[in-house]
Ligand binder design. Structure first.
Ligand code: HEM
Length: 598
């Protein structure tokens, strides 16, 4: 695509703003070793996001757990995967580190005043209100909402595969994505967008699916947002959006507008229901009317209803404003929709190349469901139609191990930013070699220093996870005592992650609030699909004997694409060979009880 004069002028202008704001802000990282700066203008951090799974691992294996990198205009940043340093950033000294202003401003403009757009006291207040909403007691109630969606998804898959047991190639990505959207919209908002029904077109769900590609096309603006917001009044900013050359910004603004208006409408309906005293009563259809292809499915048990209820009955000082409550809607959708879609598609892809693991999960689910039926918990005729309770589903040990291991080896997002808000020192668990070759066990940090928290490097640390850190071995999670971790080279060293001592969902007060929801969703999807269907990597070859391969492209989130000549290298897709399950697709186990106890 040719760059026009207007784009050049705009880019130059923003570059000038950034330069004047950052110039002279020195860090204290001069003695920390790292790869050479590739360009003064762009630095080398962009390499972390461009097809960089290997680059991320290479960095930490070459330079250790703390590496100096360069961002725009020669600014230095610290790339970190050291467990003790991360403990300081996320837990012990977390008041000295927060997300950067560009993250806050862009989320504020896109999603409103939700969790990802607030800092300090306001963020703390919001978490205080929202943490209990995501408690296991509420997730237990939410599981029956998402089970029918998983069944519907399995029926859609089954319709697409031959009834005679032969294999067909199916791109599972669009269906996983549509399913994930329904889980969020029904469980978080209590509304359906009929995303799994192709005959029903819904502008909201289409907008949500178009969000990430559209956001990536204008993401170069993100670092400049704090300066733009600081310098220009709203009227100017609105004009700037109109002047922005090409269609990318207009598309993006349209998507955000659809999302905002829909959230506003659902929020209005919920408030009306609350005022009418309907909240808290499950299965009560509210006054909200189905319109087109969307409408309320249940009122009272979804996340937003629980939140509104909790808010209304809390002290005035703790209460969130309407703008803060509404801001959570788009925040939850965007934080929870694609991350979980990519996670589940990755798990299915990994299982497609591990038929033995697939068989083991299938059998584990079968045994649990048969036991469930035999205890009279369900009246369905066939075992695979039974839906397990939350406690039974989440207690399946091998399914749990597969999900943990896949989220560790292949985290959906790779690097997250933090900024030092004061001068401080970061101690290191594993000393690194300084520029002058001497080992360093603490790094002085100046206020304003950017920290690049590397999820990939942390999850692949050989010291913490062992020499086989990069191998996919679900067994490492089996037969562990409560809170026991798989053994690495250094025992008892642990990352401060909210989930299983890994950094996939980060940690501390800004750690992912939805990780248990997402774990429940992944378990339900797999426990529903695997007993019915068998998945394998695509087997078809072209005239040159080449096979279609899924390539996980890293551009922020890791997106599965098919590279030319089979695909365009951009569209998210996961083609798999799918067929109905056969008897031999179950693991042959000596005793069912043994399987459950594994
Ligand atoms: C596999 C799926 C998921 C992954 C890998 C993931 C990962 C993350 C990460 C790394 C963060 C921290 C971002 C940062 O501060 O830089 C985060 C925050 C967040 N996540 Fe998730 N997430 C997932 C699913 C979900 C789900 C299902 C929901 C909601 C239903 C959700 C809601 C949120 C929210 C609201 C935040 C912001 C928390 C705060 O700032 O206090 N996430 N997530």
């Amino acid at each position: 695509m040719a760059i026009g004069l207007a784009e050049l002028a705009l880019a130059g202008f923003f570059a000038y703003l950034f330069y004047t704001e950052t110039w002279g802000k020195k860090t204290a990282l001069s003695n920390v070793a790292g790869p050479p700066r590739e360009s003064w203008l762009k630095g080398n951090t962009q390499r972390l996001f461009r097809d960089a799974f290997e680059y991320n691992r290479w960095l930490s294996w070459t330079y250790g757990t703390a590496v100096k990198m360069h961002t725009l205009f020669g600014q230095e940043a610290l790339y970190l995967s050291d467990p003790l340093a991360l403990q300081h950033i996320f837990v012990k000294n977390q008041q000295a580190f927060d997300v950067n202003n560009a993250f806050i401003q862009s989320n504020l403009l896109m999603f409103g005043e939700g969790l990802t757009a607030t800092l300090d006291k306001q963020h703390k207040k919001q978490r205080k209100m929202l943490n209990p909403v995501f408690a296991v007691s509420n997730l237990r109630e939410l599981l029956p909402i998402i089970q029918p969606i998983a069944n519907e998804m399995a029926s859609v898959f089954t319709k697409h595969v031959p009834a005679d047991g032969t294999t067909t190639e199916l791109d599972v990505m669009p269906w996983l994505s549509r399913g994930a959207q329904e889980y969020i919209s029904q469980a978080c908002f209590g509304w359906t967008f009929n995303a799994l029904d192709l005959d029903k077109r819904n502008t909201y769900s289409e907008a949500a699916r178009r969000y990430t590609p559209a956001a990536l096309r204008v993401s170069w603006l993100r670092p400049y947002l704090p300066f733009i917001v600081k310098i220009f009044p709203l009227s100017w900013r609105t004009k700037m959006l109109e002047w922005y050359p090409g269609e990318d910004m207009k598309n993006f603004v349209y998507i955000l507008d659809v999302m905002y208006k829909t959230s506003k409408r659902i929020f209005g309906e919920k408030k009306k229901a609350l005022e009418g005293g309907l909240e808290g009563k499950a299965n009560v259809i509210t006054s909200g009317k189905s319109e087109g292809d969307m409408g309320p499915v249940m009122q009272g048990k979804d996340i937003m209803s629980i939140l509104l209820n909790a808010n209304a009955s809390s002290n005035q000082a703790d209460r969130l404003t309407d703008s803060e409550l509404m801001g959570q809607m788009s925040t939850l959708l965007f934080a929870g929709f694609e991350t979980t879609t990519y996670a589940i598609s990755r798990i299915l892809w990994v299982l497609a190349s591990h038929p033995e693991a697939q068989a083991r999960i299938r059998s584990e689910v079968k045994v649990a469901k048969e036991r469930y039926l035999s205890q009279g918990f369900s009246t369905v005729a066939a075992w695979h139609d039974a839906s397990l309770s939350y406690d039974d589903l989440t207690a399946l040990p091998y399914l749990d191990a597969v999900i943990r291991e896949t989220l560790r080896v292949y985290p959906p997002s790779s690097v997250h930013f933090r900024m030092a808000s004061q001068d401080t020192t970061l101690p290191l668990q594993y000393p690194v070699n300084s520029v002058d070759g001497k080992p360093v066990d603490a790094i002085p940090i100046k206020k304003g220093t950017q920290i690049l928290v590397s999820i990939i490097a942390s999850n692949h640390s050989k010291e913490v996870w062992g020499e086989d850190a990069s191998e996919w071995k679900p067994e490492r999670w089996l037969n562990l005592a409560d809170n026991e971790m798989p053994k690495g080279i250094t025992d008892s060293v642990k990352y401060p992650g909210v989930y299983c001592g890994m950094m996939t969902f980060l940690g501390g007060p800004r750690g992912c609030i939805g990780f248990k929801f997402s774990e429940m969703e992944a378990k339900q999807v797999l426990a529903t699909l695997l007993p019915r269907l068998h998945f394998a990597l695509p087997s078809a070859v072209d005239e040159n004997g080449n096979r279609k391969e899924v390539y996980w492209k890293m551009s922020g989130p890791q997106i599965p694409v098919i590279r030319p000549p089979f695909g365009d290298g951009t569209t998210a897709q996961v083609p798999l060979d799918v067929r109905l399950v056969k008897e031999e697709d179950f693991a042959i186990e000596p005793d069912d009880e043994d399987l459950i106890a594994l």
